[in-house]
Design a protein around this ligand. Structure first.
Ligand SMILES: NC(=O)c1ccc[n+]([C@@H]2O[C@H](COP(=O)([O-])OP(=O)(O)OC[C@H]3O[C@@H](n4cnc5c(N)ncnc54)[C@H](OP(=O)(O)O)[C@@H]3O)[C@@H](O)[C@H]2O)c1
Length: 303
């Protein structure tokens, strides 16, 4: 069985290559045809959605997992066409191929489809109202996948991080090693979610006998602010001996840290449906952090 993973060099994509390996032959794509370990893989460019059916016809996968996306939230505000091409048009092309060939498609979406004005965890069926181009383009991807009419698993996730890649945890550790004080936004609340957890849950869901189709919220449990996450990162860095001295983390408001794209203030996702439908117990975000920090300290940490 061939499992095709688009975006094999992203945070989630790299973890998928590990997590899906026991299920079949995993074939990865990247834009360059190179994997982070230097190995070669297939080429797929979401800037050219029309090129994707040719690749799919050649590979004839039994399962398709799309972890590729235009994820530069601020850049997307100026790069609207490219964001929609990669996040909505290309997933639509893939989803139509999958529907026509009766191949299940796993696709990832985001908490940024919501406007963040709530104060209780968002359920899957609540109305979406993205604040920016990234969220709008990801909502377009969800709609395209559903409209294709095939079996699909859309997992909305949030605040993704890993021991590799570009993410808040790695930025904090790098910047925190060089400064005695950091200013971090405290009025955006969400759930830090390890890429490995997303990949492991994906593997679990694909083995579920129910052949379910739909949209689920896939995050760790609990909630915190970026400020709370930063404090937890530095507490863990001290506890594991990764750092002997950590910076003071000053809480600031989003207004004090303006960015081109507006972000939802409250983006906690209600993940109970996923836990119920797939018989899962998701870990607390703090447990996820401990695991990723252990992975970093276990490997030779470098920024
Ligand atoms: N990161 C988050 O905090 C977050 C939060 C919520 C939801 N999500 C969703 O979770 C999924 C995985 O995100 P992630 O954090 O793993 O993202 P990531 O680390 O930024 O990786 C994105 C991947 O997409 C690829 N990609 C980007 N533009 C492409 C294009 N035009 N053609 C082909 N490939 C392209 C990248 O390849 P290159 O290396 O070549 O650029 C990379 O492999 C995405 O659907 C994302 O929207 C992420």
């Amino acid at each position: 069985m061939t499992i095709l993973v688009f975006g094999g060099n992203g945070q989630v994509g790299q973890e998928l290559l590990r997590a899906l390996a026991p299920l079949g032959t995993v074939v990865a794509t990247t834009r360059s045809g190179q994997l982070p370990d230097g190995g070669c893989c297939e080429v797929a460019d979401f800037d050219r959605p029309d090129s994707l059916p040719v690749l799919l016809d050649r590979l004839q996968p039994s399962i398709v997992v799309n972890a590729a996306a235009y994820t530069a939230v601020d850049r997307a505000e100026q790069d609207v066409a490219a964001a929609f091409r990669a996040n909505a048009e290309a997933p639509g092309v893939i989803a139509r191929w999958c529907a026509a060939h009766d191949v299940p498609l796993v696709h990832y979406s985001t908490d940024y489809v919501f406007d963040g004005q709530g104060n209780t965890p968002y359920r899957e069926d609540e109305p979406t109202a993205p604040l920016g181009v990234y969220g709008s383009s990801k909502r377009g991807g969800e709609e395209a996948v559903r409209a294709a009419g095939g079996r699909h698993l859309i997992f909305r996730t949030a605040w993704v991080y890993a021991a590799h890649g570009t993410n808040f945890l790695r930025t904090m550790l790098r910047v925190g090693a060089a400064r005695s004080e950091l200013r971090v936004v405290a009025d955006q609340v969400g759930t830090p979610t390890p890429a490995a957890l997303i990949a492991d849950v994906t593997a679990h869901a694909l083995q579920h006998p129910g052949r379910l189709s739909g949209t689920w919220h896939l995050t760790a449990n609990g909630q915190t602010s970026w400020h709370g996450f930063a404090e937890a990162i530095f507490a863990e860095a001290l506890a594991t001996g990764m750092m002997v001295e950590v910076p003071r983390v000053q809480a600031i408001t989003s207004a004090e840290y303006p960015t081109p794209a507006r972000r939802p203030a409250w983006s906690v996702l209600d993940n109970r449906r996923l836990q119920r439908d797939f018989s899962l117990q998701l870990p607390a975000w703090q447990d996820g952090l401990k695991r990723v920090m252990a992975e970093i300290t276990g490997s030779s940490w470098s920024t």
